[in-house]
Ligand binder design. Structure first.
Ligand code: GLY
Length: 386
């Protein structure tokens, strides 16, 4: 007999239960359903977590460093897949635009120290085979006349793009519905299994859902699900990012490119959307699951952003928000099977959830079809942390 208040639904197993409806969970549910699988997607607040807070940068290059070479390769490969992914998503969502912009990014030097660091970064980029170029200050300001006259030049990174993350979330919500994904707006209370295999999930309303495979895509919360056997626990921790949204005039955009800089030690990026919104981000703080926005973080971001682009001071500040990045010990995602049968991970995307969505979806699609992770994703199994 089921316990009181518990609905046994274990007889009718679905192919896949996906835990977490951020961009990763939404996109892989959409793909799995399109491939003919029965999918239940569980999240009390679909699309409202880190994916909604994010800036939408697709930045495999300006986030790259030598030690993260496999991650850079993964990011570059995912960026390459973004135009096709965006087109397919747009079609699946009835023509909705997702705001893919390919103008590129300027990593701006504010003083001679920055300039030296960016020149070093340029050498790193070239050692990784990336095409970045140095732009003298006058050329930068020809490209972006609203940049501060104090700047000393910039790295122009043509391959770092952006999408409108909120448009992507909305399109994915439409696409999953159209593809026949069953959405349960309830949190997952625990995984059901015997320690060496997972057979389904128990929802917070007591419902038990049986599944051939459970995909854990719960971002920063992925390590905290009850019933998760220790050998399958991803080493994911929350890294808070506070982020601001300003309302600009689409007829008179402050910027065309994404611009990032370290302004007297304060890191900032400014991401302009075609519809006028300007996203200013982001802090980085290890503060557990706290999503309160600190006044000091807002002040620091605004000061850095206005130093970089003085005209931002005239725009309306419409939103201050915090999201929780799912950080991992090496900043890479955790993908694929675990030692626990029936349990697959798609989490730990840290600062690159939006960027890594297409490559993650393709990788998990392979796993659900019974294959190994594709080569580009193979370094990102849970095993690397053992
Ligand atoms: N991807 C930018 C950030 O995490 O702030």
């Amino acid at each position: 007999m089921p316990a009181k208040g518990v609905t046994r639904d274990m007889a009718r197993a679905v192919d896949v239960v996906v835990v977490g409806a951020g961009v990763i969970g939404l996109a892989l549910s959409w793909r799995a359903a399109e491939a003919g699988r029965s999918v239940v997607l569980c999240d009390p607040h679909p699309g409202e977590g880190a994916s909604w807070a994010a800036a939408g940068m697709l930045a495999p290059v300006t986030e790259a460093s030598v030690v993260e070479a496999p991650l850079t390769r993964l990011g570059l490969e995912s960026a390459r897949r973004w135009p096709a992914f965006a087109a397919a998503l747009s079609e699946a969502a009835g023509g909705a635009e997702v705001g893919l912009r390919e103008e590129g990014t300027l990593a701006v030097a504010f003083d001679s120290d920055d300039r030296r660091q960016l020149e070093q970064l340029l050498r790193v980029h070239h050692s990784l085979g990336l095409t970045s170029e140095w732009l003298p200050a006058a050329d930068c300001r020809r490209l972006e006349p609203r940049l501060s006259p104090r700047i000393r030049g910039a790295l122009r990174v043509a391959g770092d793009w952006q999408v409108d993350n909120r448009a992507v979330v909305r399109a994915l919500l439409t696409a999953v519905s159209a593809a026949g994904v069953t959405q349960r707006r309830v949190s997952v209370r625990r995984l059901i299994g015997n320690g060496s295999r997972v057979d389904g999930v128990e929802l917070a309303d007591g419902t038990h859902l049986a599944a051939a495979t459970v995909v854990l895509a719960a971002g920063a919360h992925s390590g905290t699900i009850e019933g998760l056997p220790a050998p399958a626990r991803p080493p994911v921790r929350p890294v808070k990012g506070e982020i601001l949204r300003l309302a600009g005039d689409p007829a008179d955009p402050v910027l065309e490119h994404t611009v990032r800089a370290s302004v007297e030690g304060r890191s900032v990026y400014v991401v302009p959307r075609r519809h006028g919104e300007v996203v200013v981000g982001a802090s980085s703080q290890e503060a557990g699951f706290d999503t309160r926005v600190r006044a000091g973080a807002v002040e620091e971001l605004l000061r850095a952003a206005v130093d970089l682009v003085p005209g931002l001071a005239e725009l309306e500040l419409v939103e201050c928000r915090a999201g929780l990045r799912p950080g991992t010990p090496d900043n890479g995602p955790v993908l694929g099977r675990t030692p626990v049968a029936g349990l697959v991970l798609a989490t730990g995307h840290y600062r690159n959830g939006m960027l890594l969505t297409p490559v993650t979806v393709d990788a998990i699609d392979e796993v659900l079809a019974g294959h190994d992770l594709p080569e580009v994703a193979a370094p990102f199994t849970l095993e690397r942390f053992w």
